[in-house]
Design a binder for this molecule. Structure first.
Ligand SMILES: Cc1ncc(COP(=O)(O)O)c(C=O)c1O
Length: 217
């Protein structure tokens, strides 16, 4: 049985796949079951930043697997603390929240913004604003943040408390923050699902200023 047939028989059909059966790779080159080569121009889906089968990465993961492969986050472990320190040093951020997916990371950001706003401004300050044509994940709440009806239609009702404005329109965003109690603004600097739409630096700086002006010390 081909990989395609096996997959079609046993995997829930939530994704439309291309008829390509990938088995291995090295760097940016991938091979299918017929030995045909492909160039991976997207690093998996932005995941394999070192390329496939990177030797240093394989060695580090293999070494760790020989020591401790999983434990509850009720305990402290060396990889967790060291990676968090490295990420903070490289990005200038203060803390790290580790999660399993982009959707979970966005859920965390939404929860942070709502908790902060409920504490500082009161329970009516909960609206999260995101952009039309955005994509923020497949959980119900990140679908609600996603500004595309095509992803919403089969899963109503969505999580309440989300509003969407056109990308790049700072006036529309500012007007909304004046009419509604906004807890947070969630945006991709380059939208990738509703077309590839980069936001201008001026717009991103304007949004950052708007957020700063509304943040309590
Ligand atoms: C911009 C953006 N945000 C969030 C997500 C959700 O990430 P994940 O699929 O890891 O939950 C994606 C996934 O494609 C994405 O493109």
């Amino acid at each position: 049985m081909s990989l395609i047939s096996l997959d079609k028989e046993y995997v829930a059909p939530t994704y439309g796949r291309f008829p390509v059966e990938l088995v291995s790779g090295k760097g940016c080159l991938l091979q299918d079951t017929q030995g045909k080569e492909y160039i991976d121009l997207t690093s998996g889906i932005g995941v394999t930043a070192f390329g496939q089968a990177d030797e240093a990465w394989v060695a580090a993961v293999t070494e760790q697997l020989g020591k401790l492969q999983h434990c509850s986050n009720l305990y402290y472990t060396e990889p967790c603390a060291k990676l968090a320190a490295l990420l903070c040093q490289k990005t200038g951020m203060k803390k790290v929240f580790f999660s399993n997916s982009g959707a979970e990371a966005n859920e965390c950001a939404i929860k942070y913004a709502r908790k902060y706003s409920a504490t500082k401004k009161g329970p009516d300050c909960y609206t999260i604003v995101s952009l039309q044509n955005s994509f923020h994940g497949r959980t119900l709440t990140t679908l609600s943040a996603t500004g595309q009806d095509v992803f919403h239609k089969d899963f109503l009702p969505l999580t309440p408390g989300f509003a969407h404005v056109p990308a790049g329109d700072l006036d529309a965003l500012t007007a909304l923050t004046e009419q509604t109690q906004v807890a947070g603004i969630l945006l991709e600097c380059v939208q990738g699902e509703g077309g590839v739409v980069p936001l201008s630096a001026a717009y991103i700086q304007g949004v950052a200023q708007l957020c700063k002006a509304r943040t309590f010390p």
